[in-house]
Design a protein around this ligand. Structure first.
Ligand code: NDP
Ligand code: 2IT
Length: 451
């Protein structure tokens, strides 16, 4: 980076940090993108003059609202709801809803910012947004979750719509929550539209949407591995998380011939040296999605496996790592342990799971490393396909959706290669994804004037 560009990055970040104090995840996400795109911006001075980046980091709208509800004991509870509508330049706002006790404005803004570039990469017309609440579904009854969702949607419905903003799931929001949210939306708005994605199959959902993020990450990994003449066949894979993304990443990697040996939750991780098979994956799905249990229960069923309380999986020897739980779950120490254990490919299923220090370690070691905004884009891409099916009032077969998903992931890999290949041939997927997404959104912002 030349001196002028470095100065631009430093002063931009100083201003951003001063203007958005305490929002560390948001600062982290912006810095990563800015470092990739700054040389491009400074070589096209009209982008500087038009303050494209300054506008990109300022959400078009932030909605924060009270979510009151009554728990099963009759006690009043109050949570905070959010929707960050970041950028609508290339399509209606689109992005998931997260229900987790850690949710705050910084996390919402980082996710909405990332979503803008991810959605641009999908090749589909979708802007970027994210929403959620500090409500945790953990330990709540179905009725409590329903009452919470109804209260949340009572406010949110004023701000969304099929051509305005289309939410979906994320951490803590799966099929059950989308059902309750959709039911209340329809009741209040008196319309049956595709305003939420991740819907049930009987009421407008798309085949393969539940699987799409994890499957898409594996399709993306296949393209990455192919650049080194490799495939999943016979490789040992670590997966973190045990939710929607983790379950389907593990399932697809296993079906592609890999030995997947770990899953985790916020309490610890499970190591199964024999690897998962179809029966074990079905057990995990039932445990997490139906019984809403904890991963430690896996070892009661499969005693050959070990449970490590309070730890993350990254110390286990592997070829490929797929972080699919949450942000900043791989730090520098974890990154070093992965490389020491033989890992040569890290494919992010979660959003921003690697810290900047971890990313630097992966890239210095020249291992294959893809950021979530490229490799987990299959989820939102299939949400885009769900929107299309709703608009044309059709229902595509699983095979049709899977073909689209394959093509989209392969196109994203091509974009990363085009914009991220360095002089020595190393593909810098961070630079590739950020630059490809930025160029599309920035170009459209230039076309649309100062708005
Ligand atoms: P789920 O709620 O289905 O699963 C989340 C999993 O991650 C759970 O096993 C959970 O464990 C674990 N987890 C959550 N928070 C933490 C934490 N602070 N520390 C350790 N483990 C944690 O969510 P998803 O699978 O949908 O999402 C996982 C990741 O993938 C997120 O980063 C999300 O933003 C991203 N993503 C999701 C997409 C989707 O389509 N769903 C699309 C693209 C990205 P516990 O039960 O203990 O909380
Ligand atoms: O982070 C993500 O891309 C998601 N949670 C999915 C968003 C969507 O609209 O399907």
């Amino acid at each position: 980076m030349d001196k002028f560009t470095q100065k631009y990055v430093d002063s931009f970040m100083a201003e951003l940090t001063a203007k958005n104090p305490g929002e560390s995840e948001f600062h982290q996400a912006v810095k990563e993108v800015l470092e990739s795109v700054a040389p491009y911006i400074t070589s096209y001075p009209h982008l500087l003059d038009l303050k494209i980046m300054e506008r990109m980091v300022e959400p078009e709208r932030v909605i924060m609202f009270r979510v009151p509800w009554i728990d099963d004991r009759g006690e009043v509870q109050v949570n905070r709801g959010y929707r960050v509508q970041m950028n609508s330049t290339i399509g209606p706002y689109k992005g998931g809803i997260r229900f987790h006790s850690s949710v705050n404005l910084s996390i919402m803004k980082f996710l909405a910012f990332e979503q803008t570039f991810k959605n641009a990469l999908t090749t589909l017309p979708m802007g970027g947004a994210k929403g959620g609440s500090d409500f945790s579904p953990r330990g709540k009854s179905d009725n409590e979750v329903m009452r919470f969702c109804q209260s949340f949607m009572t406010e949110l419905q004023k701000h969304i719509g099929q051509d305005t903003d289309v939410p979906a799931g994320d951490i803590g929001v799966g099929g059950r929550e989308i059902g309750f949210l959709f039911g209340q939306y329809k009741r209040l708005r008196d319309e049956f539209t595709g305003t939420l994605t991740g819907k049930g199959l009987a009421w407008g959902g798309s085949l393969l949407r539940p699987e799409a993020t994890g499957y898409g990450a594996c399709y993306f990994a296949q393209s990455m591995l192919a650049t080194r003449g490799k495939s999943f066949e016979g490789q040992t894979v670590l997966v973190s998380g045990a939710g929607n993304v983790a379950q389907h990443a593990a399932q697809k990697a296993m079906r592609l011939g890999a030995k997947v040996v770990t899953i985790s939750d916020s309490d610890g991780f499970v190591y199964d040296p024999d690897g998962f098979d179809e029966e074990k994956i079905n057990f995990i799905k039932e445990l997490k999605n139906v019984r809403r249990g904890r991963v430690k229960e896996y070892v009661n069923q499969y005693p050959n496996a070990q449970y490590f309380p309070g730890e993350r999986p990254w110390k286990i020897k592997c070829d490929i790592a797929m972080p699919c739980a949450t942000q900043n779950e791989i730090n520098a120490e974890n990154a070093k342990a992965l490389i020491a254990g033989g890992c040569y490919c890290v494919v992010e299923g979660a959003n921003m799971p690697s810290t900047p220090e971890a990313i630097e370690i992966f890239q210095k070691a020249k291992i294959l490393y893809s950021p979530g905004k490229a490799s987990n884009a299959g989820g939102v891409a299939t949400s885009g396909l769900e929107m299309t099916q709703n608009s044309i009032r059709q229902h595509w077969t699983a095979q049709e959706v899977d073909e689209y998903l394959h093509r989209i992931m392969s196109d994203i890999h091509d974009a990363c290669t085009k914009y991220g290949t360095e002089e020595d041939g190393y593909i810098n997927y961070v630079k590739g994804a950020n630059l490809a997404g930025f160029i599309k959104v920035a170009g459209a912002m230039v076309d649309q004037g100062i708005v």
